[in-house]
Design a protein around this ligand. Structure first.
Ligand code: DWN
Length: 394
């Protein structure tokens, strides 16, 4: 499927090759039917937008078996508590709050439902069911204009619409913004956080690119996309989550120039984030990063060391498939998510094991795939005396 944001098609500048569904952890019996797509990326200079050229249907990724739960990280739970405090300054009494892609309700849990009217919209049934079990009002649907119309009949206009790591997953951004426009009060606020293009280029964290992440945004791209719908970017606040994210605040009018936002837009100009040149440099850096990590792994193997992976992240699917790393190098990947354990990694079919297995089968070296959670993980694994490594600096 092509992503809709303008009617023009983009020229891909890089291919990562054949990629499976990043969260499509599978059983051995399904190896022969595995789905792959050609993962190419391009840059829309008109909107300063970094994007996938093509992507699988959303239903292939977000369904009754989606294996990611926001609450799997203690750090992220704390982050969402702080994020909720941040948005509370925009609320009145009895505000209506909608979260797009509310996952297991980790964010909405921080609002008092007796003071505010809260509702989550989550397309993956198993995840939505968990939120409902935790008493978070949740509608199991994709967020789009059809469902927004139904929601509007039910709750009326909304004061605040929030999202985290979700807007970059939505291929039809035009429809998403129309749905926000339909639901939001005249003076309502739309706030969301997403992985940041500037951080991805700086860290060469190309593992942020996979089927679910159709767009990697910058403040420039968000400002240009939303301006088409008469929304203004009024603030942009850098976040350290997911290896470098940006929180965007949008409104239908702006009162004054925001200094913080000006600085970020200047930074993006200086770094050429609005130009294809920065993408071409990134492409070279990705190729270099792939060669370096393969050399590192081969050196470990030549010395007779055993290697396991830590955390079967969505991101790891890009690394393993792009670099062609399989069980010839990595014996297993350990993870805390019960839905992944006992299955195999997408594309390269590395076994996923639980944390007991990890403790009882200590490897000499660990590839940290959840490098974005390194503090939390290093804290838990203080007893490990071998070598941690990753494709980004740890
Ligand atoms: O946007 C997205 C982000 C927010 O979350 C999604 N498209 C899917 C997901 O991406 P990810 O899988 O790369 O997310 P994380 O948070 O980097 O990794 C989560 C995985 O790591 C889970 O499988 C759990 C695992 N994990 C673990 O095994 N031990 C995580 C932590 C913190 C741990 O201590």
């Amino acid at each position: 499927m092509k992503c809709k944001v303008t009617n023009k098609s983009i020229n891909p500048f890089m291919s990562f090759g054949k990629m499976p569904i990043a969260n499509g952890f599978l059983d051995e019996k399904d190896f022969s039917n595995e789905f792959f797509f050609n993962m190419e990326v391009g840059f829309n200079e008109e909107l300063s937008l970094f994007q996938l050229n093509d992507h699988p249907k959303p239903e292939k990724m977000f369904n009754k078996n989606y294996p990611f739960f926001t609450g799997s990280s203690e750090y992220m739970k704390r982050h969402f508590r702080n994020y909720a405090e941040f948005v509370k300054k925009y609320l009145k009494t009895n505000s209506r709050i909608i979260e797009i892609g509310s996952n297991d309700g980790t964010f909405l849990k921080n609002f008092d439902n007796s003071e505010n009217y809260i509702v989550g919209v989550e397309p993956s049934k198993n995840v939505a069911d968990l939120a409902l079990k935790n008493n978070i009002p949740t509608i199991n649907e994709f967020f789009n204009t059809n469902n927004a119309k139904k929601l509007k009949k039910f709750i009326g206009n909304t004061d605040l619409i929030c999202a985290s790591n979700v807007i970059c997953h939505v291929p039809d951004l035009n429809n998403l913004i129309e749905a926000v426009d339909l639901l939001l009060n005249k003076d309502g606020i739309f706030v969301f956080e997403e992985p940041y293009l500037g951080s991805m280029f700086e860290k060469v964290s190309y593992d942020q690119i996979y089927d679910e992440h159709i767009f990697i945004f910058s403040a420039s791209s968000i400002s240009k996309i939303f301006a088409k719908f008469n929304f203004f970017l009024i603030d942009a606040i850098p976040q350290i989550t997911h290896g470098g994210s940006m929180r965007y605040v949008l409104k239908r009018f702006k009162n004054s120039e925001n200094e913080n936002l000006k600085k970020i837009l200047n930074y993006e100009n200086e770094k050429n984030l609005n130009k294809i040149d920065s993408c071409l440099k990134f492409k070279k850096n990705c190729e270099l990063s792939r060669d370096n990590i393969l050399n590192k792994i081969k050196t470990f193997k030549d010395k007779g060391k055993t290697i396991c992976g830590y955390a079967a992240t969505s991101k790891s699917t890009t690394i393993l498939n792009y670099c062609n790393i399989g069980t010839n190098y990595i014996d297993f990947i350990c993870d805390t998510t019960k839905e992944k354990i006992g299955k195999f990694s997408p594309g390269k079919h590395i076994p996923i094991k639980d944390m007991n297995y990890f403790q009882n089968n200590m490897s000499d070296c660990i590839y940290l795939f959840a490098w974005n959670h390194k503090e939390e993980i290093f804290n838990k694994e203080k007893n490990f005396k071998g070598e941690w490594f990753s494709h980004v600096s740890l």
